[in-house]
Design a protein around this ligand. Structure first.
Ligand code: PRP
Ligand code: URA
Length: 211
């Protein structure tokens, strides 16, 4: 499904894995593995339109016209904690990508993001940036991370989340209308505690077994 600057990647493999991920009986080990696999599959789709350049390659038999990636290099920026789980899957596809980290947690009362850490590649302004976080709920964390990236000069930014709520999408698009959001699923709404419904619960707690 394609909305304005929102793509829901409804590949059957992703949807199958997402069904297991949502299940409350899925254990920590499987939950982590599924997050990694879904992230890799989403990134595969997200990179479908990367620019290519023609090159000549000498095979053992002849010269072959081939194509390889051109354009800007990639940076993955994980929103801690939960976004960290998405990094390894994508690095399987793009092993030379640089990785940045932005530490944010959601204040449970106000639901506003609180920043506690940031370390970004020095040349972030020159890179295509994928911001990674499994959950886009109120959108406060993603919007704050993108704001910080823009302050550091990043110009080409996309947001990759596994599940998003309409509320979060609206907030990110209001503040950052040019940023494309890629989801594996757009759920119905937020509950009174700011959790995505039906969602998958608290991603960080399910990844790290902290609850
Ligand atoms: C979760 C999630 C997002 C944020 C989404 O993180 O991983 O970062 O909430 O909510 P929002 O869209 O309303 O901002 P959390 O604050 O629970 O921190 P954690 O990853 O350290 O568990
Ligand atoms: N953060 C999560 O981990 N899950 C939600 O549903 C909302 C925010």
């Amino acid at each position: 499904m394609v909305d304005t600057n929102l793509t829901v990647i409804d590949h059957p493999l992703i949807q199958h894995k997402l069904a297991i991920l949502r299940d409350k009986n899925t254990n920590v080990r499987d939950f982590r593995a599924l997050c990694t696999e879904i992230s890799m599959l989403m990134a595969f789709e997200a990179m479908r339109n990367l620019p290519l350049e023609e090159v000549m390659v000498e095979t053992p038999l002849a010269l072959a016209k081939a194509r390889r990636l051109a354009g800007k290099k990639l940076a993955l920026v994980a929103i801690l904690r939960a976004g960290l789980i998405m990094v390894d899957g994508i690095l399987n596809l793009v092993p030379t990508a640089r990785v940045g980290h932005i530490g944010l947690y959601r204040d449970p009362k106000t639901l506003k993001p609180v920043q506690y850490y940031s370390k970004l590649p020095a040349d972030i302004a020159e890179r295509d940036v994928f911001v990674l976080d499994p959950m886009l709920a109120t959108g406060g964390s993603a919007a704050a991370a993108i704001r910080l990236l823009k302050e550091q000069g990043a110009k080409s930014i996309r947001l990759l989340c596994i599940i998003g709520a309409p509320e979060g999408k609206a907030v990110v698009h209001r503040e950052h209308p040019e940023v494309e959001i890629l989801l594996a699923a757009q759920d119905e709404r937020l509950n009174e505690h700011g959790y995505i419904m039906p969602g998958l619960g608290d991603a960080g707690d399910r990844i790290y077994g902290t609850r």
